[in-house]
Design a protein around this ligand. Structure first.
Ligand code: ADP
Length: 528
């Protein structure tokens, strides 16, 4: 294909006409094309060595400002068969950023649709448009003197919409973002606007309080999917508690992980610990507060004896457990006593005592601020770990909250990461009934060897884990097909169902082809 990049299967003249029609709808300034436009929508953490970079490059970008523009853009896309890759603010870093799965897609950027449509103080929810970031919502809550807390993900700059649709998570009791979502408005590929749940009934006021509605429930169908474009999203917000107690335990030995998880599970299952609990390896903690060079300057993974030394020097454990308790002081202390009594049984477990704090008082550190609903960007500190142009790609398998699974997964990642020269920047987020294991392969993008190794490591890990019966909850664009292929019960019956739905709702295959491994039908000519 000669000339500027364009979507696969579309002639240069048709693409030019489509771009002109987009410009007539959204304004010339809101259609970006050419190399510089594409450049700013590349994945800044792309794990491709220079020769292979731009595998997920956009051909152009369209920024819509409202529903009418969106509908008109879809009409053009259908007529010319232009594939669109929908993003809310495009900050899905470590999983692909704003870049499309299929090279040549046009990015449909919704950051201009950024109104907080409602904050309901009495019922505890917000209704937002795609472009509303966690910072925007936080500022709006503050400006209104609201007594509601949001739940920020690790990096607060992204959108509530994007993170929730990707089933992201945070560390307050509302940390399961998909579970705290209630009611959507969705535009289908044909321009039809649908409201889910109670929103489907004219005049009904329970849209953001009762998820199911009447009949099948569809919200989950539009998460991590390419079946529609979500234009409004309801999210539950946590009533500000009287106060909070930040809890932190340190454990001396790498082998303590199994016991930590076994101790934690019953406390999560019966809700004694209300929030997602984070179990962080020494490396994960160290990468937030120091650089690798301070401890080790070798090329391979940091030797175990040095990890021990580093942990001692930083005053942290080989594993570190964090969570927060919320409510009136007497209830928080009762919870704390029960929890402490259980963890004290682990040899050498150390509790860092923190005071019960009035909810109006903000903690200082980023991780602590996240636990009380304040967005921040401290998660990006890890980019300095290896020096150069820091980047990371995340490996995110899920497992039951059982000690032996945790220990097995940590060992599998540590061994494989070491083979590729990566430190174990890993940890677990323990929810009420499941556990996410998040490992970041941190690399310097200026170093082609490291960059290529990060990509290869991720592929090896996904294969290893698939063979062991562990699936991903989310992946970088590059591995969506691989991760999806592992959900293979009954000869991939689930994927066949997804493809049937895709063909019915989006016959021209214009919405996010390849998202989560779901590709439009063969007739659209769009395949991986
Ligand atoms: P962030 O909130 O981190 O900026 P993105 O905007 O990058 O997140 O969105 C993450 C992913 O979620 C996108 O790649 C896309 O697949 C999906 N997504 C985002 N917004 C929408 C939307 N409004 N409708 C459908 N899918 C969306």
């Amino acid at each position: 294909m000669s000339g500027p990049l364009r979507p696969p299967g579309i002639s240069e003249s048709d693409f030019r006409l489509a771009l002109a029609e987009f410009a007539a709808i959204v304004g010339r300034a809101a259609v970006l094309s050419g190399d510089s436009a594409a450049q700013s929508y590349l994945d800044p953490f792309d794990p491709f060595p220079p020769g292979d970079a731009r595998a997920h490059e956009a051909s152009a970008v369209v920024l819509v400002a409202d529903i009418d523009q969106l509908r008109a853009v879809l009409d053009v896309a259908n007529r010319y068969r232009v594939p669109l890759w929908s993003v809310s603010t495009g900050r899905n870093f470590a999983y692909g950023g704003a870049a499309p799965r299929l090279k040549g897609c046009v990015v449909l950027d919704m950051q201009r649709m950024n109104r907080v449509l409602e904050i309901n103080e009495t019922l505890g929810y917000a209704l937002v448009e795609p472009g509303v970031s966690y910072y925007d919502l936080y500022r709006e809550l503050k400006a209104r003197g609201s007594k509601l807390w949001l739940d920020p993900p690790a990096a607060g700059w992204g959108s509530v919409m994007g993170n929730t649709l990707e089933r992201g998570f945070g560390t307050t009791p509302y940390g399961d973002h998909a579970a705290a979502q209630c009611g959507m408005e969705v535009m289908l590929a044909n321009g039809e606007l649908v409201r889910t749940g109670m929103g489907a009934m004219t005049g009904n006021r329970a849209w953001q309080v009762f998820k199911p509605g009447f009949g099948p429930s569809y919200d989950g169908m539009f998460m991590q999917s390419n079946f529609g474009i979500v234009t409004k999203l309801g999210v539950w917000l946590m009533p500000r508690p009287e106060g909070y107690l930040l809890c932190r335990y340190m454990f001396r030995h790498d082998a303590d992980l199994e016991t930590i998880v076994e101790t934690l599970r019953p406390l999560k299952l019966d809700d004694t610990i209300q929030s997602n609990a984070a179990i962080e390896s020494a490396m994960r903690w160290a990468a937030g507060v120091s650089t690798r060079k301070q401890w080790y300057d070798g090329t391979g993974a940091m030797p175990d004896a040095l990890v021990d030394k580093m942990a001692r020097a930083l005053g942290i454990g080989r594993w570190n457990l964090r969570f927060c308790l919320y409510g009136p002081e007497r209830m928080v202390k009762a919870r704390r006593d029960v929890i402490h009594e259980r963890f004290a049984r682990i040899a050498n477990a150390e509790l860092i005592e923190m005071p019960f704090t009035d909810a109006a008082i903000e903690p200082k550190g980023g991780g602590d601020r996240s636990q009380v609903g304040i967005p921040n960007m401290d998660a990006f500190n890890l980019l300095n770990w290896r020096g150069g142009t820091g980047a990371h790609i995340d490996f995110s398998p899920v497992c039951p909250p059982l000690g032996q699974d945790a220990a097995k997964q940590a060992r599998m990642v540590q061994e494989r990461a070491a083979q590729y020269g990566f430190d174990y920047y890993g940890g677990f987020t323990v929810g009420q009934r499941s556990m996410h294991h998040i490992f970041a392969a941190i690399f310097n993008r200026d170093d082609a060897q490291q960059t290529g190794a990060a990509r290869d490591l991720l592929e090896a890990l996904i294969n290893d884990f698939g063979a062991a019966g562990y699936g991903q909850y989310r992946t970088h664009l590059e591995f969506m097909d691989l991760a999806a292929s592992q959900y293979d019960f009954n000869d991939h019956a689930l994927m066949r169902m997804s493809e049937t739905i895709k063909t019915a709702l989006d016959p021209n295959g214009i919405l996010s082809p390849g998202k989560q491994g779901i590709w439009p039908g063969k007739t659209t000519g769009r395949t991986p």
